[in-house]
Every structure is written in structure tokens, then in C-alpha cells.
Ligand binder design. Structure first.
Ligand code: ADP
Ligand code: MG
Length: 450
């Protein structure tokens, strides 16, 4: 075992534990030495050492033993020279997940940010949220399983953790187990190898609430599926609540046995729809509130959040990442977060999630909306009845495409970029003063984005 080997092993752990856990718990571990089969790691704090040894030790040991089978124990010590580094998540022992009923079972740690309080509810996720809330009450089991599905980054894991946190508060008597399907498989394989299947079955069949995240992972893995099926049935028979997530509906998961599919379908199946503009804006606003605690001096210019909500894809993770980067960048350069900074700082993200709205399309829609000819919108006439729609179209071009002001000017009959800027500003003012304009803009935006 060397430092370098540990570096490589860590990368494998990243895959298993996910980025958040990795950054918080695995990355700060420093390999110190290997002696008498004991691998020692330096950790910044005692709490961290305890937490890691309770929650990740068997995973780490498993990886280490693949490299060097003489390793049979792990030790985490606080090294004198390791100062406590500030971490994004405050590590407060009081709120750490309750250990599972048997010490043989280490639950996947819950992300403390994933609570119902921090989950923003909108049309696309209201059903999933309501169902999760119901399950989190811990009352009699009414639908089993609860099957949540939806695309990447739409909040499945967030909702599952929220259920677990809530149950810990309201029903501390229940034993709640959350893990990814991958971890389920890993434990199963380990139990097989160590001839501990009885223990494995015992643990899984004694939980009150079982949550398995990303169940599509076990598709095609026959013996894991088989075991999952038995676990599932045993729990359902005892009326224990099961919550499952996947990236698609049960029927659409390939290589999943029919009997597993149909069992998964027999509870409540709800999907998280792709986010819409309102939900994205709501999420951004709530994240800004949280971020502002870390960056009390930073301010955001009007329009920036709206712009991001328009322009960034449906994946909330990307949206959050963009915001985090904006705040970090703005605090580094000591500037307000305005449109210029946003465009600079997020050029790559914005390009990647570019909508295919073109200036031509905007011009066509706007001229239809105001009942004027396209040629009059682009042409030189300065009559108010042409100029206003023209400014509206410029404004929309600025906000819904990534074209620069000079480029927009060119498409509007070769106008100067200062003319475009003036038009955009004028509409920004009118949007606040004139309800009709605000309504027009909203209608047009919806039509263009549909
Ligand atoms: P999934 O498991 O569906 O891929 P996650 O639950 O990991 O997605 O969500 C990705 C990120 O987006 C997380 O940081 C989560 O907190 C955030 N997120 C998703 N939906 C919402 C929401 N409705 N409100 C607040 N944050 C959300
Ligand atoms: Mg997830």
C-alpha cells in the first residue's frame, strides 16, 4: 500500500459512494501507514473518524483487500498536524444518521441538505413530493412500494433522504434503511463471499422502511435481482414500507425480470417530470437564500435568476452547479452578479444547454403577436406601432438566445448595438410599469419555448 495506490482506490470509492459523500468523507482521508495488517488513516477530526469508520469502513476495507489481502483492519486517527479544514457541510454529530438496528449494517449516510424544507415544490414534482410526504408520516402502509422515477437530477435522491430524515425525527422507533441498488448488490456479493447470507437476510428483513435508490442498476444482474425480489416480498408480506427510485418507469427497465417489474408496479408509481421555468426559478431563489449565508456581501442583479431559469436545462444539479460557480466567481473578483458576469462565468454551461430558439423565430412570433409585417419590424420605420414590437423582439433575442448585441443589431436590419441595448433597457423598464407588456412577454416566451 502506498499513497499513490490509495489515490487510485479512492477513485473507485468515488463511484460507489457518490460525489457528495466522497468529497465530505473519503477525500479528506490521508493514508498514513500499514502495519500488522492494520491500515491507518489520518483524519481531521474525531467526529469524522467515527463517522467514516461506522459508515464506510467495510467499503474501504473491501477495496483495500482487493489490493492487499493481508489488510484486515482499519484505524482512523487524528494526526496532530492535520488542521480542521472548513467543509461545505457542517459536521454536527447530533444530526448524524441513527445507526441501523444491527451494528453489522452500515447505512449509506444521508445528505443533510436533502430535507423536505429545502425541497422546492412545483407542478412537475408535486405528486412525487406529496407521496413522499405521506410515506414520511410513518402511518399505516397504504401503498407499497412507492416507486419514484424520473430523469437525472430531478430530486429522487433528495426526496428519499428527506423521508429518512423526517422519519428519524417523527418515528425514531422505526428502523429505516436507505441504500443505493449498487450498495445492495455490493452487500449481497460480500455476504455470499463471506458465507454470511443468513445475516444478510436477517438484516434486510428486519427493517421497517427500506429505500433502494437507482434500482435500474440491478437490471441484468440476475442473482442480485433474485435476492432483491425475495427481500422485497418478505417485507411487503410483513407490511413494511418500501420506497424505490429509478431513472425510468418499472415497465421500461430493460433486463429486469417480469415478476420484479410487476411487483414494483403494484404500489404507487409517480414520476418527477422535467422542471419547468417556474420551478427552476423557485429552486434558484431558494438556493440563493442558502448561498447568501456563505456570501453575505454578494448581490444579484435583477434578471439574472430569470435568465438562468430560462436558459439552463431541466437538470437541477446543473442549475445548482451554475449558481455555486457564480457565487464563488463573484466573490473572487469582488463583483456583483450581473448579466455580464453570468455570461462570462457560465459560458460553457450556457452553450451546452442552448435552446434552439432563433432570432428569426422570435421576430416571426412577435410580429404575428402584434399583427405587423415582419418587414416592418426589421425595416427602418420608427413609428411606435413598429418600434415597440421591435424592442420586444430585441429583448427576447437578448434573453432567449446567446447572440451578442451587435449580432442582434445586424439581424434587425443592420442596427447598431447601442440601439439594441436601448431597446432591451426600455422593455426592462416597461415590464415593471406596464402590465400589458409584461403579459405579452410572458405569452411570447411560453410560445417560443414550447
Ligand atoms: P436524482 O436523484 O433524481 O438524480 P437528486 O435528488 O440527486 O437527483 O437532485 C440533484 C440535485 O438537485 C440535489 O442537489 C438536489 O438537492 C437538487 N434538487 C432537485 N430537485 C430539487 C427541488 N425540487 N428543490 C430543491 N432542490 C432540488
Ligand atoms: Mg439520485
Amino acid at each position: 500500500m502506498t499513497q499513490e495506490k490509495w489515490g487510485q482506490l479512492r477513485q473507485r470509492l468515488l463511484k460507489t459512494v457518490g460525489q457528495n459523500n466522497f468529497t465530505t468523507w473519503i477525500e479528506p482521508l490521508e493514508f498514513h501507514q500499514l502495519e500488522d495488517g492494520i491500515a491507518t488513516f489520518n483524519v481531521p477530526t474525531n467526529f469524522m473518524g467515527n463517522y467514516v469508520s461506522q459508515n464506510f469502513a467495510d467499503l474501504i476495507l473491501h477495496e483495500l483487500r482487493n489490493e492487499n489481502s493481508s489488510i484486515n483492519r482499519l484505524n482512523f486517527t487524528v494526526a496532530a498536524n492535520m488542521s480542521e479544514k472548513p467543509r461545505s457541510m457542517p459536521a454536527k454529530p447530533a444530526a448524524a444518521p441513527r445507526p441501523a438496528p444491527s451494528s453489522a449494517l452500515n447505512t449509506a449516510p444521508l445528505d443533510r441538505r436533502f430535507t423536505f424544507d429545502s425541497f422546492v415544490v412545483g407542478k412537475p414534482n408535486e405528486l412525487a413530493h406529496a407521496a413522499a410526504k405521506r410515506v414520511a408520516e410513518g402511518g399505516p402502509v397504504t401503498f407499497n412500494p412507492l416507486f419514484l422515477y424520473g430523469g437525472v437530477g430531478l430530486g429522487k435522491t433528495h426526496l428519499m433522504h428527506a423521508i429518512a430524515w423526517e422519519l428519524q425525527q417523527t418515528r425514531p422507533d422505526l428502523s429505516v434503511l436507505y441504500l443505493s441498488a449498487e450498495q445492495f448488490m455490493y452487500r449481497f456479493v460480500q455476504a455470499l463471499r463471506d458465507r454470511k447470507m443468513m445475516d444478510f437476510k436477517e438484516i434486510f428483513r428486519n427493517v421497517d422502511v427500506l429505500m433502494v435508490d437507482d434500482v435500474q442498476f440491478i437490471a441484468g444482474k440476475d442473482s442480485t435481482q433474485e435476492e432483491f425480489f425475495h427481500t422485497f416480498n418478505a417485507l411487503v408480506d410483513q407490511n413494511r414500507q418500501i420506497i424505490i427510485s429509478a431513472d425510468r418507469a418499472p415497465g421500461e427497465i430493460k433486463d429486469l425480470e417480469d415478476r420484479v417489474k410487476s411487483r414494483l408496479q403494484c404500489g404507487l408509481v409517480v414520476d418527477l417530470h422535467p422542471t419547468d421555468y417556474e420551478l427552476r426559478l423557485g429552486i434558484l431563489q431558494s438556493k440563493v437564500e442558502q448561498q447568501s449565508k456563505n456570501y453575505p456581501d454578494l448581490s444579484i442583479a435583477p434578471g439574472v435568476l430569470e435568465f438562468l431559469a430560462h436558459r439552463i436545462s431541466t437538470n437541477v444539479r446543473v442549475l445548482e452547479g451554475a449558481l455555486t460557480r457564480l457565487f464563488a466567481f463573484a466573490s473572487l473578483v469582488g463583483r456583483e452578479i450581473d448579466m455580464d458576469l453570468t455570461q462570462d462565468c457560465l459560458a460553457d454551461v450556457l452553450r451546452a444547454s442552448e435552446r434552439k430558439i432563433t432570432i428569426e423565430e422570435i421576430q416571426r412570433r412577435v410580429s404575428e403577436h402584434y399583427n405587423i409585417r415582419l418587414s416592418d419590424m426589421i425595416g427602418p420605420k420608427r413609428l411606435r406601432s413598429y418600434a415597440r414590437p421591435r424592442q420586444v423582439a430585441m429583448y427576447l433575442s437578448k434573453h432567449l438566445t446567446s447572440r451578442s448585441l451587435p449580432e442582434i443589431g445586424r439581424r434587425f436590419g443592420g442596427r447598431d448595438h447601442t440601439t439594441v441595448m436601448h431597446g432591451v433597457r426600455r422593455i426592462e423598464e416597461l415590464k415593471v410599469q406596464d402590465g400589458q407588456i409584461a403579459e405579452d412577454l410572458e405569452l411570447l416566451r411560453r410560445a417560443l419555448e414550447a
